[in-house]
Ligand binder design. Structure first.
Ligand SMILES: [Zn+2]
Ligand SMILES: [Zn+2]
Length: 86
């Protein structure tokens, strides 16, 4: 296992944001989602959901806003909002 080595390597490096922000909580996709508390960069990047429309979210954020009946095939919440607004 290289977990300890990785931990030290991460400690020496500055946080490296992916440059893409979750459209829901506005945090970088490599950072913890807002629902998980204070902002931090985990050594394992959070799970991310990318939609064909080009929008992306933390999987955690998506889970929060997705109705239970749609969890197997969650819609993009941004596009969903657009449709409902028009
Ligand atoms: Zn998020
Ligand atoms: Zn979308």
């Amino acid at each position: 296992m290289t977990a300890v080595t990785l931990l030290y390597a991460d400690f020496d490096k500055p946080p490296q944001p992916s440059g893409r922000q979750c459209f829901f909580c506005k945090r970088d996709l490599s950072f913890t989602p807002e629902a998980d508390g204070p902002i931090s960069q985990p050594s394992i990047p959070p799970s991310v959901a990318v939609f064909p429309c080009g929008h992306y979210f933390h999987t955690r954020c998506l889970e929060i806003v997705t109705p239970p009946e749609k969890t197997t095939d969650p819609p993009c919440i941004l596009c969903d909002l657009d449709e409902n607004a028009s």
